[in-house]
Design a protein around this ligand. Structure first.
Ligand SMILES: NC(=O)c1ccc[n+]([C@@H]2O[C@H](COP(=O)([O-])OP(=O)(O)OC[C@H]3O[C@@H](n4cnc5c(N)ncnc54)[C@H](O)[C@@H]3O)[C@@H](O)[C@H]2O)c1
Length: 272
């Protein structure tokens, strides 16, 4: 797809590109295509796992390593962003990690230290990010903050476990901070994305089944990472300047469906 210059002149910070299947990786490519400039950031431990340098070279981005649960790292990151750009117009928060989920601890037998860490990484980090972007004077009036969520924040998806709690908190932070930043015309939204084949996604037990279930129900099928990136571009652009405090479903229609003919046919076969 050719760019339309939708983000020309806009500068920002993109969290969470780990490898080329990451949603944030596709977002960085789409933002670059639309003329935006950005710092790429991820946790220091991701340095040995990913290929962020490759993405940075491709998109002309700088890299600043920062743990999104560390006030010190975030202060350093946004101070550097302010020095580099004078101020930023957007933040993309594409971070998630469920420690109990990864280690197969069931919801009714959580390790509470891991649970706290999961909430800290997956949700409270959004609060910290906005806080330090503000505190350092980096976040400009009229900006846009976008975080990634999942429908498990609002409905029970059994295998999503503690991550449902984390996403519910994330969506609440979006509303609470969105209210406070509205006076400066800064928008804060989450995109509630379809199951997507990424490192974080496939770390959830039963992910393949959740992916297929959603694919069989959504009239448009599951939304992939590339289409999520295009939707994110729209939210970072001035075209959506009056949209804030929302959880926006980007799921091919899944969230509005009950059951589909395709799934009925599957179930009829299974139970025949
Ligand atoms: N994949 C899906 O099915 C799906 C569906 C809906 C929403 N999401 C959300 O999309 C976002 C991106 O996930 P993804 O699917 O692209 O997977 P991913 O694994 O590529 O991205 C998750 C990122 O979080 C980063 N991260 C973890 N701990 C961190 C920390 N302490 N500090 C900074 N960064 C840290 C990881 O390094 C990684 O880059 C997450 O919020 C995820 O919950 C994913």
């Amino acid at each position: 797809m050719n760019g339309h210059g939708l983000l020309k002149g806009k500068k920002g910070v993109i969290f969470g590109a780990l490898n080329d299947s990451s949603i944030a990786w596709k977002i960085a490519e789409a933002v670059h295509r639309e003329g935006g400039q950005f710092i790429l950031t991820n946790a220091p431990v991701a340095q040995r796992l990913g290929g962020l340098e490759e993405l940075a070279t491709k998109t002309g981005a700088s890299i600043v390593w920062a743990d999104a649960t560390s006030d010190e790292d975030l202060t350093k990151l946004f101070t550097e962003a302010k020095t580099l750009y004078g101020g930023i117009d957007f933040i993309v928060h594409s971070i998630g990690m469920g420690l109990n989920v990864r280690k197969n601890r069931p919801y009714d037998d959580l390790n509470y230290e891991w649970y706290k860490k999961s909430l800290d990484i997956s949700a409270i980090s959004l609060h910290r990010t906005i806080h330090w972007a503000n505190e350092t004077g980096a976040l400009k009036d009229g900006g846009s903050v976008v975080a990634l969520s999942y429908i498990g924040a609002q409905r029970t998806f059994s295998k999503y476990s503690e991550m449902g709690d984390a996403k519910a908190l994330l969506e609440s932070i979006v509303r609470s901070y969105g209210y406070r930043l509205g006076k400066r015309k800064i928008r804060v939204n989450t995109i509630s994305q379809s199951p997507t084949m990424t490192t974080a996604g496939s770390g959830i037990a039963g992910f393949d089944a959740m992916f297929k279930f959603a694919e069989r129900i959504a009239p448009l099928g599951n939304a992939d990472a590339e289409s999520c990136a295009d939707y994110t571009v729209s939210l970072l652009s001035d075209l959506t300047r009056m949209v804030t405090m929302q959880t926006l479903f980007h799921d091919g229609g899944f969230s509005t469906m009950g059951i589909s003919d395709e799934l009925i046919a599957d179930l009829a076969e299974v139970y025949s």
